[in-house]
Design a protein around this ligand. Structure first.
Ligand code: FAD
Length: 414
């Protein structure tokens, strides 16, 4: 079966904004040779930005004794964004539209992080079954919900004790297990983009002046010589500001040797396996998420006939079914045979011979406990002046990550 990434690459066009070539002659000047981070940067809530590090170095006073003449090179970008998931792309899009020269560095082969789609055997297969919220407050200057062409699901239905056939449960029905149970997606208006999740990353990257640099694994982020340095297997980028749009464990690694390293809370992660199956015909005309709400549910947390909701997921009109199975102890709670048996029960028809289009294992699908959007926590964390952390560990799900990246950008723009 063929797998062709549906890329959300940025539009490659010449920057209309001020440009600082990488190879520009190094400027010389006075700068602190030591890292202000070692002097006691603290984890702070975002939004109230203090001065830029060049203006207000933290931790130690600006005295002549501490100043050392070191060469400064011209920054490669106003802002470097590490990570091109939804949070990183939202931050980069906001900063670019505000006129900043932004570079996005992504370790993976394509932009999008946990959000994306790939073409498998004539189907658009998302990176795990994602339900978006058509009723969410999308930042419409970054994302056009109408262009996502969101296709609504009908209210959730499920198996309940004492009933032979599934019954309508309503949209607030919580599946017994899996990421949906953890609360990441109890959307007011659950929906699928008409042609796959990749539409979201395409929209976000369209705001960028330069494409996401993929295959660029960042190893270290440090304050050095009056600028931030972002060091990785791609080389070193010098910049005035950094957005870390990566999970906190990764941020801890990148900031090794600084105080911040010890200050970031690490979430637990919920793992899932997603099965994408192509029955000869749709097992039901249902456009609902189907769950098992019995006292002793089977291993499938939720399943849906994706092509009943969004026919555009299929190139040729064939049916596509998705099923999410949670992990326990780092492994799916059940193997293929048990999953097929449960799907047969859920859909009321034998699922034993449905061809597998794709199986995706996400040992770190969503962070738990999942923060709630109205919790008091910040959407983005300013770790040090000019250094902000964003991601779904601060606000749940796709729309949370989007809001977090947007908030990180606003911290830097303030
Ligand atoms: C199976 C599954 C089902 C889901 N279902 C839903 C759902 O129904 N509804 C919903 O709202 N959400 C859902 N989610 C969650 C949603 O996908 C995430 O909340 C969101 O995509 C997180 O975006 P992010 O930018 O915070 O993180 P990520 O997408 O993880 O982005 C981080 C990026 O940083 C990159 N990176 C990490 N380290 C480095 C480094 N050192 N150098 C360079 N790059 C680096 C990574 O490669 C990655 O691309 C689901 C997730 C999964 C996996």
């Amino acid at each position: 079966m063929g797998r062709v990434p549906l890329r959300g690459g940025g539009v490659h066009r010449r920057s209309r904004r001020r440009h600082r070539p990488r190879g520009a002659p190094a400027a010389r000047g006075l700068a602190r040779a030591d890292s202000h981070l070692r002097g006691g940067a603290t984890r702070r809530r975002g939004r109230c930005r203090r001065g830029h590090p060049r203006d207000r170095p933290r931790g130690r006073p600006m005295t002549g004794r501490r100043l050392t003449r070191v060469p400064l090179r011209a920054p490669d970008a106003d802002v470097v964004v590490v990570g091109s998931g939804v949070a990183g792309l939202a931050a980069a899009a906001r900063l670019t539209t505000a006129g900043r020269l932004v570079r996005v560095l992504e370790a993976g082969p394509v932009a999008g992080g946990r959000v994306g789609s790939a073409l498998h055997d004539g189907f658009a297969v998302d990176e795990g079954l994602h339900l978006l919220d058509a009723a969410a407050a999308w930042p419409t200057d970054l994302v056009d919900p109408a262009a996502l062409d969101l296709r609504p699901l009908d209210p959730t239905e499920g198996l309940v004790d004492g009933q032979d056939a599934p019954v309508r449960l309503g949209d607030d029905a919580v599946p017994a297990t899996g990421p949906l149970a953890a609360g990441i997606s109890r959307p007011a208006a659950p929906a699928l983009p008409a042609h796959g999740l990749v539409a979201l990353t395409v929209q976000l990257t369209a705001h960028l002046d330069s494409p996401v640099v993929t295959g660029a694994h960042v190893e270290v982020v440090r304050w050095h010589g009056g600028s931030w340095q972002v060091v990785g297997d791609h080389g070193t980028w010098t910049t005035g500001q950094v957005v870390l749009a990566v999970p906190p464990e990764e941020a801890t690694h990148l900031l090794h040797g600084t105080r911040i390293e010890h200050e970031l809370a690490h979430p637990e992660w919920l793992g899932t396996t997603t099965w994408w199956l192509a029955p000869e015909a749709a097992p039901s005309p249902s456009r609902s998420l189907r769950v098992d709400a019995r006292r002793a549910p089977g291993p499938v947390a939720a399943t849906v006939v994706v092509t009943n909701v969004a026919p555009g997921y299929s190139e040729d009109g064939r049916a596509l079914v998705a099923a999410t199975v949670p992990h326990r102890g780092g492994r799916p709670v059940a193997g293929e045979a048990a999953v097929r048996a449960h799907l047969s029960e859920l859909w009321g028809t034998a699922a034993f011979d449905w061809p597998v289009v794709a199986r995706q294992d996400h040992p770190r699908a969503v962070p738990v406990p999942v923060p709630t959007p109205d919790a008091a926590g910040p959407l983005a964390l300013e770790l040090a002046p000019g250094l902000v952390l964003a991601g779904d560990h601060l606000a749940p799900g796709v729309t949370g990550a989007l809001a977090s990246g947007d908030a990180a950008a606003r911290v830097l723009l303030a």
